[in-house]
Design a protein around this ligand. Sequence first.
Ligand code: SF4
Length: 379
Amino acid sequence: MDTHAALYQQGQQRLAELRALPPINPVSLQQKLKDHGISRRDFMKWSAATAAMLALPLPFSNLVAEAAELADRVPLIWLNMAECTGCSESLLRATTPDVSTLIFDYVSLEYQEVLMAAAGMQAEQNLEHAISEYHGRYLLAVEGAVPTANNGTFLTIGPKATTGMQLLQEAAAGAAAIIAVGTCSSFGGVQAAAPNPTDAKGIHKLLTQPVINLGGCPPSEVNITGTVMYYIMFGKLPALDMFNRPKWAYGARVHDNCERRGHFDAGEFVEVFGDEAAKQGYCLYKVGCKGPYTYNNCPTERFNAHTSWPVLSGHGCMGCSEPDFWDTMADFEKPLGRQLLHGLDATADTVGAVILGLTAVGIGAHAIGSLFAGTYEDK
Ligand code: SF4
């Protein structure tokens, strides 16, 4: 049996198991979509697009549709650590809720500090209840880095002043799978930038279980929803890269799918923001774009209901989905090559050569890491 046929069968079995569970949400997804004016046809189009985004062939769109309808059978606990809530906002602030946003609304969200009405002791009880009621079944999403200095006391949450470290360990112990949403929970983010006084860390450094990292400041809503959908559909993590990011979302360089790439290859660069080249939509490398060093699907999936992304809006990529980007990618409005190579990339031709050399190294490292990371697919 080929790989896709085996995966399809695995998905069917998984969904049959979920179908046997009682629904948690009293309102069906179909009703929710109808209430928001989204037709069955639009939903099926979304399912086909999601299958394609997950690098699955078209027949899998039926599984995506069914998985979406069964999404409330998988309880979701979402913890907020040291963060700005931008990742939650990325998912929730669509001006017109699309299917991805509504599915997130439909999953059985048992605990989410930004959204829930409960506060204080009641919120704490809700979390304890969800952890014990759905032990071994729930998906744990974590937003934000975890401060570890001074025994974790730089971050205390709730009426009992539980540290982020304790909360994470308690919730992770009963989780079926764990997703780090955003660069802070994946790699520490700005909280872990030098000199990192609170010794903030990405959550995988504090856990023994596998963690799927969704780098990005913030990650797009499709990368969050797509990862949740993959887990609902197959009950396992997708293939991951060397930094435990899903390959379907982080497998290609920003630079390779960028709409300004033709200008890079032609040596046409913006020299300063606002110049004539900027008005012509030329390449932003010389004003600091880090797209050549960054792996993410921003150019193809974009943000805000697929409307735009930073490079299309006129600012270079900041490399925000890469580990330690606050330290390694700064200055954000100067080329990285200029700093590393002492001005060797002063001309357009040399810029291309330098970048090709550097990215060849990057691609090599990525490919080698991916060989090892491929083992995650069967977890
Ligand atoms: Fe696009 Fe940046 Fe690459 Fe230029 S350097 S092509 S703006 S990703």
